[in-house]
Design a protein around this ligand. Structure first.
Ligand code: FAD
Ligand code: DHB
Length: 391
């Protein structure tokens, strides 16, 4: 069968792209390897930048976010047993972020897609992208035991870091930039009200910790662990003990504990594969780039990529504007590299690198003190965290 835009992957990138194009009257098919239940439960990001909030609202996908999301106007940095707040609106001309989980964004976009009747196939695994250097690229995929071919005008790979889109390209077509960090995050979801009103990013000599949340009743917390850490080595009691140690401050703050309902380890890497266009094949979201999670940029970059790409594709479909398609990679990469830099800085400022010497640790502490005492340094953190409107 045939469609104008074949979208591989129903994560935030693929679902939003499908939604934006469908609203503009462009035929799309979205293929997703996993089940609906799986993609709706996969625990990942939780923070939406102002720009992401605006995009979701503008395309009619923001109603539940506006009812249930928690608006946050700052974060706390903790180190040396002291807490310091960074205020976003006063440093960024009124901008802030929203706590609204990726699982909820994905549920909302799936519901809109199914309501519209536009095709979204679960358990449909793309196995190859072919002929992307011609005007009729094709996606081969497996669905319900059979192999199918989807003929397209354009294919967009929104299939995440391990997807097939990027891997369909010859190695010489891509320039890859990469950093792998010597630590990982152990993330938990717990049925306990958050012990804070805003997120806490903690630097401690035993490693980084982050206190986030999903709702007034559900907490989300992360702990720096070794990259090869076995999740079974972490009993609930050990996790809560370690978190309490790393968040400890002088004064009477206490970490509330409760039943842990989800536990998982996330490796940390920075990765960019350039360019993002290869003839009629486009890469968007994690398929093209990965950031370490410190700073919460991954989901926001995926949304920004496809919002830009949808606009450029519409120009091409309506006016034949080939220059619009040509500009996607360059425009998207400007934002991507800003987020890469910010995520790298946040990661290296806050984590303990097991191989680092005492000089490096003193520099980290100096950077933290500077960030919470200089308006210039705090502004740099704040404007990157809430997301730069243009870069
Ligand atoms: P994905 O959400 O990865 O979606 C890709 C989709 O493509 C998936 O549904 C996948 O099943 C599907 N797919 C893959 N291959 C195929 C195929 N061959 N055929 C069809 N479908 C296919 N970011 C943060 O900001 N904070 C966090 O705490 C955080 N935690 C994370 C934890 C984990 C374990 C991971 C992997 C990422 C995390 N991220 C986090 C990053 C953030 O979740 C991603 O940046 C975001 O999901 C990117 O969206 P995407 O749509 O590009 O990719
Ligand atoms: C969350 C994840 C992050 O990486 C981050 O920097 C802040 C919050 C979260 O999952 O809530």
């Amino acid at each position: 069968h045939r469609t104008r835009v074949g979208v591989i992957g129903a994560g935030p990138a693929g679902l939003l792209l499908g939604h934006l194009l469908h609203r503009a009257g462009i035929d799309t098919v979205v293929l997703e390897a996993r089940t609906r239940d799986y993609v709706e439960r996969r625990q990942r990001a939780g923070i939406l930048e102002q720009g992401t909030i605006d995009i979701l609202r503008a395309c009619g996908a923001g109603d539940r976010m506006d009812r249930e999301g928690l608006r946050h106007d700052g974060i706390e940095l903790r180190f040396d047993r002291q807490a310091h707040r960074i205020d976003f609106p006063s440093l960024t001309g009124g901008r802030g972020v929203m706590v609204y989980a990726q699982t909820e964004v994905v549920k909302d976009l799936i519901a809109l897609r199914l309501e519209s009747g536009a095709p979204l196939l679960f358990e449909a695994e793309a196995v190859a992208v072919e002929d992307f250097d011609t005007t009729s690229p094709r996606v081969r995929y497996r669905h319900e035991g059979d192999e199918h071919v989807l003929e397209c005008d354009v294919v967009v790979a929104c299939d995440g870091f391990h997807g097939i889109g990027r891997r369909s390209l010859p190695a010489h077509a891509l320039q890859v930039f990469e950093r792998v960090y010597p630590f990982a995050w152990l993330g938990i979801l717990a049925s306990v009200p958050p012990s804070c009103e805003e997120l806490i990013y903690a630097h401690h000599e035993r490693g980084f910790a982050l206190h986030s949340m999903r709702s007034p009743e559900v907490s989300r917390l992360y702990l720096q662990v070794a990259p090869d850490e076995d999740v079974d080595a972490w009993s609930d009691a050990r996790i809560w003990d370690e978190l309490a140690t790393r968040f400890a401050v002088d004064g009477d703050w206490e970490l509330a504990t409760g039943p842990i309902t989800d536990k998982g380890i996330t490796p940390m890497r920075s990765f960019v594969a350039e360019p993002l266009r290869h003839g009629r094949l486009f890469l968007a979201g994690d398929a093209a780039h990965i950031v370490p999670p410190t700073g919460a940029k991954g989901l926001n970059l995926a949304v920004a990529d496809v919002a830009l790409l949808a606009e450029l594709l519409l120009r091409w479909f309506s006016e034949g504007d080939e220059a619009a398609l040509d500009s996607y990679s360059r425009q998207a990469l400007r934002r991507v590299w800003r987020a890469e830099h910010f995520s790298y800085l946040m990661t290296t400022m806050l984590h303990r690198d097991p191989g680092q010497d005492s000089f490096a640790h003193r520099l980290q502490l100096s950077q933290l003190h500077y960030t919470v005492s200089s308006t210039a340094a705090a502004t740099t953190l704040a404007e990157n965290y809430v997301g730069l409107p243009t870069v």
